[in-house]
Design a protein around this ligand. Structure first.
Ligand code: KG4
Ligand code: ZN
Length: 358
């Protein structure tokens, strides 16, 4: 048996996990920092990196303990080293180097976005992963990314389209601030939307240029929501003010806007996946599986719609279990097993990068 310890600290989750060569997750420890960033309505990079430094050692210890192993049982240390906040990434990268050096094992640098799609082949207790057939269509929807892939194998992914402005999760987070629903916004919008009614015409469907039909854009939708909540902006004494604040809007109306916003985002995601599927099938690719990953895949409505969509298009759908949707280190260790098998290992010069591989 080969065991990989994975580390992850690219944004506001400090995580460590132990995964074996079959994709079985022996432990998956995630320390989230949501409480530290809530009052700012978004992740503050300086606060995030300091918190990672405090948490990384206890998180690693817990992950080893829960897996019932010690450092001597670990065959490689994997780390998400791109993309992300550099000040955050360097914490797990430095930790991984120290452990790999101390234990005399290889270090494997993993692309965080690609790793979100590697969850499809992980087994967690009570949830055995079904085998993935390639090529599959992949969608990563998270706080930092909204990207569509033609997934040729766990190691070969061709990006077909991505957001040209905000990521879907970022849009959820900003929308929640506008509606006064708190941080992180995705789960808050999800809860509010369950109490609301979709008003089809209240918000526009995002449009993208005919030259980039597989791309996404959420910034116009965000602005439309801002105006729907606060009215038209006016300039008074050189300052921009609005007609009203979210507190002036009855709760039911805010829930309805949350439901409508969620509906538009999910509709857009499903629409682009459909277009991408047609492109792949028209190119002669036999696509029978779809893999979704990233924090936004925790969304109740997206999970329902993705299920229906997969049925309509005769696809086997791989949706992560809830604890593998958000940032975690099991996905990092999972992808690292494939890299190790292909001889892709790094050395102690491994660097952190803000941008990812495409
Ligand atoms: O994958 P992730 O943990 O971090 C990044 O790699 O960015 O994704 C975090 C994002 C946040 O924007 C959060 O609001 C969103 O995932 N999210 C959700 C839900 N749960 C988390 N968005 C919609 N509905 C949810 N239930
Ligand atoms: Zn992520």
């Amino acid at each position: 048996m080969t065991l990989v310890l994975g580390l992850e600290s690219s944004c506001d989750e400090t995580a460590a996990a132990v995964v074996d060569h079959t994709g079985r997750v022996l432990s998956n420890v995630i320390a989230s920092q949501h409480d530290l960033h809530a009052e700012y309505g978004g992740v503050v990079p300086e606060i995030a990196s300091r918190a990672h430094v405090e948490r990384i050692s206890p998180v690693v210890e817990q992950a080893l303990q829960q897996a019932g192993v010690t450092g001597t049982n670990i065959d490689a240390v994997a780390v998400g080293h791109r993309p992300g906040l550099v000040g955050s990434l360097v914490v797990a990268v430095s930790g991984a180097k120290a452990l790999a050096w101390a234990w005399g094992v290889p270090i494997v640098g993993v692309d965080h976005v690609h790793a979100h799609l590697a969850v499809a082949s992980l087994s967690v207790p009570g949830n055995d992963a079904a085998a993935v057939a390639y090529p599959s269509i992949g969608l990563v929807v998270s706080g930092g990314h909204t990207s569509l892939y033609s997934v040729e194998s766990p190691l070969v992914m061709h990006r077909l389209g991505a957001t040209i402005d905000d990521a879907a999760g970022e849009a959820f987070d900003k929308a929640a601030v506008m509606l006064g629903l708190g941080f992180p916004g995705g789960p808050a919008i999800d809860r509010a939307a369950r109490q609301g009614q979709v008003a089809a015409d209240a918000l526009p469907l995002p449009k993208v240029g005919a030259d980039a039909p597989l791309s996404f854009s959420f910034s116009g939708l965000k602005t439309a929501l801002l105006y729907a909540v606060r009215g038209q902006p006016r300039r008074v004494d050189g300052k921009v003010t609005f007609e009203r604040d979210f507190g002036d809007m009855p709760e039911q109306q805010r829930n309805d806007l949350a439901a409508t916003f969620e509906h538009v985002v999910v509709h857009t995601l499903i629409d682009r996946m459909t277009r991408a599927l047609h492109v792949m099938r028209d190119n002669g690719q036999r696509v029978e599986h779809a893999i979704l990953g990233g924090g936004v895949t925790a969304n109740t409505f997206l999970r329902q719609r993705a299920d229906q969509w997969a049925d309509e298009h005769e696809l086997q759908l791989h949706l992560p279990s809830m604890d593998l949707c958000v940032d975690n280190a099991a996905m990092i260790a999972g992808l690292a097993h494939h890299q190790l098998a292909a001889g892709q290992v790094d050395d102690l010069s491994l660097a952190a990068h803000a941008t990812g591989s495409v």
